[in-house]
Design a binder for this molecule. Sequence first.
Ligand code: GLU
Length: 379
Amino acid sequence: MPKKYWHWIAISLTTMLSVILTIHLSALPPALAQNPAMPSVNADVKPNQSLRVVTRLIKPFVFEEGAEIVGFSMDILRNIATELGFKYTLAVQPSVNGMLEQVKNNQADFGIAAVSITEERNKDFDFSYPFFQGGLQILVPIKNGGNSLFSLLSNFFSATLFQVVGLILLVSLIPVHIVWWFERNHKGGLVENQPYFPSIFTVLWWVLATLATQAEEMPKNWVSRVIAIFWMFISVVFVAYFTATVTASLTVQQLQGSIQSENDLPGKNIATIAGSTSANYLRKNNIQTTEVEQIESAYDLVLNGQVDAVVFDAPVLLYYASHGGKGKVQTVGSVFENENYGIVFSPNSSYRRQINDALLKLVENGTYQDLYKKWFVRS
Ligand code: GLU
């Protein structure tokens, strides 16, 4: 082929390729086609603008101290506002659902408290980067010395104890009857020539006394003596087993109570917050719950013995156990169902990007660490 034809073929191929590329690029979704660093088309936070923030009281993230509303989340909010130079008004809702409603109905620009980021909520809302890592935990009352005799006795007379004693009484009927049979016909035997009643009780007494390693008399017939040796051996094993089981269960129950992890929750009555992620978890696992609106009411229920435990956000429970509830309650088991708290916005909110930037800045300049220490690390 002559050289000038190659030249024309190359020009037409290049033109075709650029036309195809142009068509493809213009068909891409705008977000991909644009430079991702470009600012959002929506209005950003303007200096001195006043934003409407919704919250809910949940110690230590948000709570009242005199006329002020303070807490970890309030400190985060104040620092973000300073960083971005906006002012804000606070509206307090009684529950997380109330907060979400306000954000949804555009009565608030965003919400901040201890709102967990969940897949379900993410369908209707946008969240900031997580600003606190938590999860669920269990809170139980500390058994105090005042009623320890009662609780000791109630622990002692457990269903297991009755089962063990019942079983051993039943089993002991075997040696009772063998020994009675051979002793009855033996000269000078335990129950020589006596009718079934009451002589059977005499042998029963001997069998139980042997079980407690306290028997005084011994059977005379050789068959009943062989049985006696077996029975004495069983008695030693039984006493050892009984002592070990009872002491171990008493120690564990006295130290930790009957709830030690989330596996012990079924069959117990648990208090939690209505509409929370904990209520969701308990419902999914068919655990009986008493739902209240404020966490303080849940603490009252567990302290008054109306429920067995409280299941709720670990940082909230841990804070209570080391402050207001110190010496009265304790958390048991490890944190389960990990979850993170975020600031909640309506979908595509124009404030999210800047607030996320401010959050990152607080982490990078050490402010976040200082606030974390202030609220969650004992000095
Ligand atoms: N973190 C839990 C949730 O978002 C509970 C928050 C609360 O009750 O304030 O469901």
